[in-house]
Design a protein around this ligand. Structure first.
Ligand SMILES: NC(=O)C1=CN([C@@H]2O[C@H](COP(=O)(O)OP(=O)(O)OC[C@H]3O[C@@H](n4cnc5c(N)ncnc54)[C@H](OP(=O)(O)O)[C@@H]3O)[C@@H](O)[C@H]2O)C=CC1
Ligand SMILES: O=C(O)CCC(=O)C(=O)O
Length: 448
């Protein structure tokens, strides 16, 4: 770990020892602890009163069996998780991921990141995350429904509108949230804002679908403006073709950029004329097909097997929006050599630590996930507010609030970095700004 502070070195060693074989969780904790070195030295109470030790330990981990039946009558058992990481500043809040790669370490890394991200939004939401090692890909709607109902039959015992409010993430979109919400309502006999990302007919918020991708572009726009730059005329490379990627593509295009790539876990497309987004929406949101199908309608575009190659395409702005550790040091160096000036993380932790270091050292503006993709959870918190008020804001009202929140996140990250002599380092700035509000609340509570 890149710090001299003995306490932080010891704490990191303890995290690795107590959470073996969870490299993603170690990576997320290491990055935050590195950023906190100057804060801890300036404020010894955070160490003396055990705040940091508590912060790296989830308040609660729920792990459960999810039995379900497929359309052929075969039985399956998956594993479900909810990590309720930190409720110092509000009810646990964070998405559910359904993907075969899910295990406890992935959910812990995501839940840990969520603590700081949620704090940065300025809204009263704690950090949590959940999911299952279930793969919705290739399953029928009926199979997904049965899985979601079984998952919620257990999860409903531990969540509630003032306790823990899950939402979507990889593999959990509007369809899954509908099935999950329906089952919660049935089990609890209450119509309550217990999930976000709900459909507009049953308590969802306008802009929540678009929010993570739009917010990512608003954050990037703030970052670019600080250097007198903008999206206008920029070539943009995007990875992923799910919820975050689709709406990042839409907003980047509206702001004057030309998005030329998108990907899925099989490969990527390159369309030098700019991505045909209505086609991608049809393929991905409606037909649930592979991104390779794009070139059938656009033979002038290219499809390449292997998603990592997307970063070889020259661009001015790169927005990784697929998954963790998808952009490594070699890819970062290629982007830098090709003239990329800004990278902002739509996915959670998509850049490896070595890639982040390469960007920071070369002067590429870098927006870390905790700050750059916080628009999704911020709009979820706005959905919670609307549910509590039994009221709905217009699209324009929510979009304005989202813009203000992203500007606030940019400003607090930039100011915290500058305060500790790391101007322009938004990684350190976001970690410090997100940490302080949570840590000061924990100090106020005493040892709990
Ligand atoms: N949805 C939200 O509001 C938020 C999401 N995020 C983060 O954004 C990222 C994307 O989430 P979201 O768009 O919601 O998820 P979706 O399930 O809608 O889309 C995920 C996309 O990423 C691709 N992908 C998934 N796993 C891999 C992999 N191992 N390698 C390459 N590509 C992969 C998928 O391809 P394929 O279909 O082939 O699997 C798909 O294109 C995640 O890191 C998530 O945690 C962050 C903040 C909020
Ligand atoms: O909207 C939410 O509550 C969850 C968003 C999320 O999972 C994330 O920010 O990674």
């Amino acid at each position: 770990m890149n710090v001299k502070n003995e306490y932080l070195l010891g704490l990191m060693e303890r995290v690795e020892r107590r959470n073996p074989a969870e490299p993603e969780f170690h990576q997320a904790v290491r990055e935050v602890l590195e950023s906190l070195e100057p804060v801890v030295e300036a404020h010894p109470a955070y160490v003396k009163e055990g705040v940091l030790e508590s912060l790296v330990e989830p308040e609660r981990i729920i792990k459960f069996r999810v039995p379900w039946e497929d359309d052929q009558g075969n039985y399956h058992v998956n594993r479900g998780f909810r990590v309720q990481f930190n409720s110092a500043i509000g009810p646990y809040k964070g998405g559910l991921r359904f993907h075969p790669s899910v295990y406890e370490g992935i959910i812990k890394f995501l839940g840990f990141e969520q603590i700081f991200k949620n704090s940065l939004t300025g809204l009263p939401i704690g950090g949590g995350k959940g999911g299952a090692d279930f793969d919705p890909k290739g399953k029928s709607d009926a199979e997904v429904m049965r899985f979601c109902q079984s998952f919620m039959t257990e999860l409903c015992k531990y969540i509630g509108p003032d306790t823990d409010v899950p939402a979507g993430d990889i593999g959990v979109g509007g369809r899954e949230i509908g099935y999950l919400f329906g089952q919660y309502k049935r089990m609890s006999n209450e119509f309550t804002g217990v999930l976000t990302g709900k459909g507009l007919t049953y308590g969802g918020s306008l802009v929540r679908t678009e929010a993570t991708g739009y917010g990512l572009c608003y954050f990037t726009q703030n970052m670019l403006e600080a250097k007198g730059k903008s999206f206008d005329g920029a070539t943009v490379c995007l990875s992923g073709s799910g919820n975050v990627a689709i709406y990042a593509c839409e907003k980047a295009t509206q702001l004057g950029g030309k998005v030329v790539t998108m990907s899925d876990s099989s490969g990527y497309i390159y369309d030098k004329n700019g991505i045909d987004l209505p086609l991608v929406k049809q393929l991905k949101e409606v037909e649930r097909k592979r991104i390779s199908e794009y070139v059938k309608a656009h033979p002038e575009a290219e499809y390449h097997e292997g998603c990592a190659g997307v970063w070889n395409v020259p661009c001015t702005i790169a927005l990784p929006c697929a998954t963790q550790n998808e952009l490594n040091e070699a890819a970062a160096k290629t982007l830098i050599a090709n003239g990329c000036i800004a990278v902002a993380e739509g996915a959670n932790m998509p850049c490896t630590p070595e890639a982040v270091t390469a960007f920071l050292l070369s002067g590429v503006q870098f927006g870390p996930a905790k700050a750059a993709n916080a628009g999704g959870v911020a709009t979820s918190a706005l959905e919670m507010s609307q549910n509590s008020m039994r009221y709905s804001w217009t699209f324009e009202e929510v979009d304005e609030k989202l813009k203000d929140i992203m500007k606030g996140i940019y400003t607090s990250s930039a100011e915290a970095a500058a305060e500790f002599g790391m101007e322009g380092n938004y990684v350190a700035g976001a970690n410090i700004a997100g940490f302080r509000k949570v840590a000061d609340s924990m100090l106020a509570y005493g040892l709990v």
